[in-house]
Design a protein around this ligand. Structure first.
Ligand code: PLP
Length: 394
């Protein structure tokens, strides 16, 4: 007879913290003992409007009472409307919806190859990505993910994927050639430890992709949807890609992924080329639309600009006071990384902060990751930073 507890019945593929979350409210999460935590990781860069936001709850409830699923055999209003909103706001041409970030990147990789094939360029099949990259855990996205920790034990990997050093313009010039179908890059690498791209690197990527007929894909799964300030990360950098992939915050917590494509790339997929049963479900699309409208209503871009300047200034001041602990503060907008010096250990600091009622993430090598709800206030940031300083000094 199986006797394990409910939690023991889960596969052990996550290193979960020993708390059980039962509810959320604004920037706080509440556990099964009623304890409240200030949440500065937001479901890993997901709940931009915080938890249980009334606009999202209302949109989901109303949509659930009408239509949850009909499949992509038919049109339905929320996904069409969401495609229209995202193309209008990005200036890109068409949208494809799926359920997660890795699926959005699978779609982009497949589209790049199919487009080359359809254009009679059967030799053009190489997907280039960067050192330190993370594009997801399904097989195609994993092939484009450089970080060895995610790849170990999953080989052999197929041909047609190549890596180039992140932010190395010279190396990029030899990595991009006429057999490259697409170059995929995160404008800010999240999982590798919060490393922003050099704007000149992205501008050069645009130039080289144009020169060689390759598609430029920005993976905005983590750094998009307003986390850097503007709705799209590419708008921060002023470099327009052919494809943007999105997920995480798009529907403020409901599962959705999206691939937005330029007019030139939109001949990549024709009927039957790609699909997803649940992709762009009315429920997730309704939540994403509510998120976009609420973002406008409260001028979240302006708020992120202000609160991220405040966070950065406070983090840099903290780093100056704690040179023994903090090696570097880096990031853009409300995606900030604090790299720690040995023997300070990011996982232990996160655990100690959790005991003080603050939830923070880690990323890459010994780095604390701040990815709070975008609605976070300066006084909530103060609470978190005070707790961090006390923890570093303990
Ligand atoms: C940049 C980036 N791409 C893709 C993914 C994969 O997204 P998902 O976990 O929704 O599949 C992530 C997740 O962390 C990410 O940060």
């Amino acid at each position: 007879m199986i006797t394990h507890t409910a939690h023991d019945a889960l596969l052990p593929n996550y290193a979960r913290a020993p708390i059980t979350i039962v509810a959320g409210e604004g920037c706080e999460l509440i556990d099964d003992t009623g304890r409240r935590y200030l949440d500065l990781i937001a479901g890993i860069s997901v709940c931009a409007l915080g938890h249980a936001h009334p606009a999202i709850t209302r949109a989901v409830s109303e949509q659930a009472a009408k239509l949850v699923h009909a499949s992509n055999l038919f049109f339905h209003e929320p996904s069409g409307e969401l495609a229209r909103e995202l193309t209008r706001r990005s200036g890109l041409h068409r949208a494809f919806f799926c359920n997660s970030g890795t699926e959005a990147n699978e779609a982009a990789i497949k589209l790049a190859r199919k487009r080359a094939f359809r254009n009679g360029q059967t030799e053009r099949n190489v997907i280039v990505s960067c050192s330190g990259s993370f594009h997801g855990r399904t097989f195609g996205a994993l092939c484009a993910t450089a970080n060895a920790a995610y790849r170990e034990g999953f080989g052999p990997f197929p041909d047609g994927f190549a890596f180039t050093p992140f932010n190395d313009i010279e190396a990029l010039a030899s990595a991009l050639h006429d057999r490259v179908a697409a170059f995929i890059v995160e404008p800010v690498q999240g999982e590798s430890g919060v490393h922003p791209a050099d704007p000149a690197f992205l501008a050069k990527a645009r130039e080289l992709c144009d020169e060689h007929g390759a598609l430029l894909i920005f993976d905005e799964v983590q750094c998009g949807m307003g986390r850097l300030g503007p709705l799209f990360a590419f708008q921060h950098f002023g470099v327009v890609p052919d494809i943007v992939t999105m997920a995480k915050a798009l529907a403020n917590g409901l599962p959705i992924g999206a691939m937005l494509v330029s007019e030139t790339a939109s001949n990549g997929f024709l009927p039957g080329d790609h699909g997803s049963t649940f992709g762009g479900s009315p429920l997730s699309a309704a939540a994403a639309l509510a998120h976009l409208h609420e973002r406008d209503r409260i001028d979240l871009e302006q708020h992120v600009k202000k609160s991220s300047a405040y966070l950065k200034q406070r983090l840099h001041a903290l780093a100056e006071r704690h040179l023994e602990a903090i090696a570097e503060v880096r990031g853009i907008g409300l995606l900030q990384g604090v790299a720690l010096r040995h023997p300070f250990d990011a996982a232990s600091i996160v655990a100690a902060l959790r005991n003080r009622g603050i939830l923070l993430g880690t990323a890459g090598a010994n780095t604390l990751r701040f990815a709070p709800p975008l609605i976070i206030s300066e006084s909530q940031l103060d609470d978190a930073l005070t707790a961090l300083e006390v923890t570093l000094s303990a």
